[in-house]
Ligand binder design. Structure first.
Ligand SMILES: C[S@@+](CC[C@H](N)C(=O)[O-])C[C@H]1O[C@@H](n2cnc3c(N)ncnc32)[C@H](O)[C@@H]1O
Length: 200
């Protein structure tokens, strides 16, 4: 087991240390089936933002399908790992803090995987507020949400009722499915959900 100096998952150093030491139990090495299916069944490509992208496998999946995608991560080591893995799509990854990042054109879809649950409980409302600011009415928040009731993390699980009460003022849930191909760290505790931004 490696040892780490940073204990604060809201700091980029926390994540950089883990990427540098190749301790990334959340990293699946590919694109989850539910997301691949979502892309294949979408009526059209969406301008997509991936906050906290890590290695960013989804960037290649979306780019190859002709979608406009920007992936951000505030950890230099994560961005380096993503750019190395992505090759021709490397320039779609930007080193930026989600809370400060201003996209240069409107976002239609935000993809969530292991970003919301990477952050401590006290930051949840701020993440939801920023999702809601970034998406126009009708815009989609789609991805994987981790449900658990242990206070330790990351990953920090959330209760279904808490997620609903955070998101419901801004979003309407339009899909909610079990996930069959979870990594061990998320197995039996994550669901694929799609939320649509309400009118402001
Ligand atoms: C558990 S990893 C998940 C990575 C990726 N989404 C995946 O599914 O493999 C969480 C990522 O979120 C990034 N992150 C955390 N807070 C961030 C912030 N405020 N802005 C941008 N990235 C952030 C971390 O650097 C880390 O790469």
């Amino acid at each position: 087991m490696p040892t780490f100096a940073s204990r604060d998952p809201s700091a980029p150093e926390f994540w950089s240390e883990r990427f540098e030491q190749e301790f990334t139990p959340w990293d699946r090495g590919d694109v989850p089936a539910a997301f691949r299916q979502f892309v294949a069944q979408s009526p059209r490509p969406y301008a997509t933002l991936i906050p906290g992208c890590g290695t960013g496998y989804e960037v290649a999946c979306l780019s190859e399908a002709g979608w406009d995608v920007t992936a951000i991560d505030f950890s230099a080591a994560a961005v380096e790992a993503a750019r190395k893995m992505l090759g021709r799509w490397a320039d779609r990854v930007v080193q930026a803090d989600f809370f400060a990042f201003a996209p240069c054109h409107p976002v239609e879809l935000i993809y969530e995987r292991a970003f919301f649950c990477a952050l401590p409980h006290r930051m949840r409302q701020a993440v939801v507020n920023r999702w809601a600011e970034l998406l126009p009415p009708g815009g989609l928040l789609a991805g994987f949400f981790f449900f658990d009731d242990t206070p330790k993390g990351p990953p920090f699980g959330i209760a279904p009722a808490e997620l609903d009460s955070l998101l419901a003022p801004f979003f309407e849930r339009i899909a909610d499915e079990a996930v069959a191909d979870s990594l061990p760290v998320f197995a039996g505790k994550e669901r694929w959900q799609v939320w649509r931004r309400r009118e402001r």
